[in-house]
Design a protein around this ligand. Structure first.
Ligand code: CTP
Length: 228
């Protein structure tokens, strides 16, 4: 089965001034691995890739870079209507320095006293994608959580953001080579990712497993949409 896949991956960077930013430790390993795995299967893949994130190796992946949450938001508004499946693996900042702060385009100088940086909340991009949703669209989110709250928080995000699937993974996944996660579907079923004898599996192997599950779910949704 073939479909169009849109993946977001890597960190956002929110400028503090012309040369500094607020970022996070997302490496983009999983997004790049997923894009490669999909392109290897002949799926039409677009990767919205954060600054400094791992690049895919398959030349058939269409890569569009982004830096800020606002950049990513505008790329999503162009690309989501053109896709069948959205996998939102990017680590999006929840706050950014206020847009009205005049120093964002200059350089903040060192001063002796403490500095207060006023932050404003960013929009929830994934929740915002709901307005672009059409029949057959499949939206997949990630929930990066402390282990104690992993499943309850992931279930709450799945509902709040109107997703079809969510990948619940513990905080240790960020910037790691390996991953252990649970995939939760809005209609109930849950599946734990495979483990090797040494523990969590490499992200490249996880990407293939996740792609199988997403493809199966998408096929089901597209068939239902065609029969409605
Ligand atoms: N996400 C998003 N826009 C944001 C923040 C997150 O689209 N401003 C997406 C992420 O790409 C991910 C999902 O929402 O697919 C969950 O991200 P996460 O950081 O776990 O959750 P938050 O919504 O940021 O909630 P909290 O910070 O309270 O955990």
């Amino acid at each position: 089965m073939t479909y169009r896949l849109l993946i977001t991956s890597g960190p956002t960077q929110e400028p503090i001034d012309a040369v500094r930013f607020i970022g996070n430790r997302s490496s983009g390993r999983l997004g790049a691995a997923l894009a490669d795995a999909a392109a290897n299967r002949g799926i039409d893949v677009t990767l919205l890739n954060g600054a400094g994130a791992r690049e895919p190796s398959n030349a058939r992946v269409r890569v569009i870079p982004f830096r800020t949450t606002a950049d990513l938001e505008s790329r999503l508004s162009e690309e989501v209507p053109q896709t069948d499946v959205l996998v939102m693996a990017a680590a999006v900042s929840d706050y950014r320095p206020r847009a009205s702060d005049q120093t964002l385009t200059g350089k903040r100088r060192r001063k002796g006293e403490n500095m207060v940086l006023e932050l404003e909340p960013t929009p929830d991009l994934l929740a915002g994608c709901k307005s672009m949703r059409r029949d057959g669209h499949c939206f997949v989110g990630f929930a990066l959580e402390p282990r104690e709250e992993l499943m309850t928080s992931a279930q709450a995000k799945l509902k709040r953001k109107g997703l079809d699937l969510i990948v619940a993974n513990p905080l240790e996944t960020m910037d790691a080579d390996t991953i252990e996660a649970t995939l939760i579907a809005a209609d109930g079923p849950m599946a734990a990712s495979p483990r090797s004898t040494d523990g969590p599996i490499p992200k490249t192997q996880f990407a293939d497993w996740l792609l199988d599950a997403v493809t199966e779910h998408t096929q089901h949704m597209m068939t239902n949409a065609a029969h409605d």
